[in-house]
Ligand binder design. Structure first.
Ligand code: EPZ
Length: 432
């Protein structure tokens, strides 16, 4: 287990290329199961979540080759329709294997994903979707046992849940519907850019999907899909994380390349509202973010895209912690997603968390303390806080960060940060 030693107080400067999107890559890698022809996917970030997915695909019988950021996957007939608990337990996003397995093999055995620190991760909407297409779903021994002896039949499905649309649920229904008989209409679909990227990939394979990015997606079933080549979209959450880093820990600002302006609107608008400077280039594939001279507190109410992303509230909380005034963060999507607050308080932040809302009173500065990463985005918030803090911070359980941030330490070093990844021999004994 590794930890990250961060020497605070060094201002970041320079330029960075943002990696391909982890959350676009995961369902696209799973969608490779939909054809027996090879697919080639570029800019797949080398992070543990994508590597877990590639391991699962090869354990199912697909051939997987990765050379730098490009992955080649071929899924011959006869691949397995069941993933084991051991494979899946490490990554709840494996649920996105459900759609492609059902479309290709009309049956699947998938362990129910456990919960995680950001809250319960139900799959009732995924089950609703596949049952609507005619599948039978049983739960046995912690596994979802699903089969559709007569194949999948297109229909209209409203995917809205109590907490709004579901990203991976929309993905699963799209992937199940592409080879179904007839047409499937997905109402209350998720509009995230990662859903649109998956639809683009499926259409390159010969699917017929319309309306991705809107609330209603129509999928006309086809008989077969073929191989294709695709480059995943930039990672908007990694980009957002470094935009906050620029506002929090730089003097002349940071330049971030290989980004997509359209995907960053909510994050850019909030940073500008809080007094920072955000300038995109003409093409919208590069942005310069500079700290404001008089930063202002702000308010976040997370919402499905194009609203402010839940995956960016922890990082902004770290900035609010040292911004004068009172800021408020309310997460409507994952109301328990505040594990980072107790760790930030160990560094001197003044935060009160109550019933899905964090009230942050800005302090002069944070001070170093040994802290523990808990989930991917909470860990990113701790790194930002450590970069700005006085003294040297140790961040334990670095594996949380490695799930979704490609070469984070190298990227920070290239921007002038003083960080060191070391083996965490004395892993904290207060392991929960
Ligand atoms: C995706 O998770 C992302 N993960 C998450 O990013 C992100 O936080 C989330 O979307 C919301 O934007 C990937 O894309 C791999 P949801 P997903 O289904 O699809 C409820 C990160 O940090 N719900 O959109 O699993 C659910 O509890 C990760 O990169 C049901 O009630 O999330 C939540 O309240 C963390 N029933 C809301 O919907 C269901 O069947 C949105 O969840 C499914 C979800």
């Amino acid at each position: 287990m590794d930890k990250l030693i961060v020497e605070g107080g060094h201002k970041l400067r320079g330029t960075l290329n943002i990696s391909g999107s982890k959350n676009a890559s995961l369902p696209i890698l799973a969608a490779a199961l939909l054809t027996d022809e090879p697919v080639r996917i570029s800019r797949v970030p080398d992070v543990s979540d994508t590597n877990y997915m590639l391991q699962i695909l090869s354990q199912l019988g697909a051939s997987v080759e990765r050379s730098s950021g490009t992955v080649r996957i071929e899924s011959p007939d006869g691949i397995s329709s069941s993933a084991s608990y051991d494979q899946v337990r490490k990554m709840r996003a494996s649920i996105c294997l459900l759609g492609p397995m059902m479309a290709r093999m009309h049956r699947c055995t998938l362990p129910l994903p456990g919960g995680c620190v950001i809250g319960d991760r139900p799959v009732d909407l995924h089950v609703r979707a596949i049952q609507a297409l005619g599948a039978r779903v049983r739960v046995k021994g912690g596994n979802l046992l699903i089969d559709a002896p007569n194949g999948l039949i297109g229909t209209t499905v409203d995917m809205r849940g109590d907490s709004g649309p579901t990203v991976l649920g929309t993905d699963n229904l799209m992937m199940a519907a592409v080879l179904a008989k007839g047409t499937t209409v997905i109402e209350s679909a998720a509009r995230e850019p990662e859903v649109v990227d998956l639809a683009d990939f499926l259409n390159k394979m010969g699917a017929r999907i319309e309306g991705a990015g809107s609330r209603t997606i129509t999928v006309h079933g086809v008989d077969k899909l073929h191989g294709c080549e695709h480059t995943v979209i930039p990672d908007r959450i990694e980009a957002g994380t470094f935009m906050v880093a620029a506002a929090m820990c730089s003097e002349e600002g940071l330049t971030l390349n290989r980004i997509c302006r359209k995907h960053l609107k909510a994050i850019a608008d909030l940073l500008v509202e809080c007094g920072h400077s955000v300038e995109f280039n003409e093409e919208g594939d590069s942005v310069v973010v500079k700290p404001g001279a008089h930063p202002r507190s702000g308010k976040i109410l997370t919402n499905p895209y194009p609203g402010y992303p839940t995956d960016m509230q922890a990082q902004m909380t770290a900035l609010f912690a040292i911004t004068p005034g009172i800021s408020v963060v309310r997460d409507t999507i994952f109301p328990q997603r505040f594990m980072h607050c107790s760790e930030l308080k160990r560094m001197g932040a003044n935060i009160k968390v109550d019933n899905g809302t964090a009230i942050i009173t800005g302090v002069e500065g944070l001070s170093a303390a040994p802290v523990m990463a808990s989930d991917l985005r909470a860990s990113a918030a701790l790194v930002l806080a450590a970069l700005a803090a006085e003294g040297t911070t140790e961040i334990h359980r670095l594996y949380h960060i490695d799930r979704g941030y490609e070469m984070l330490d190298e990227k920070l070093l290239s921007l002038g940060a003083r960080v060191r990844r070391v083996l965490d021999t004395e892993a904290p004994d207060f392991e929960s």
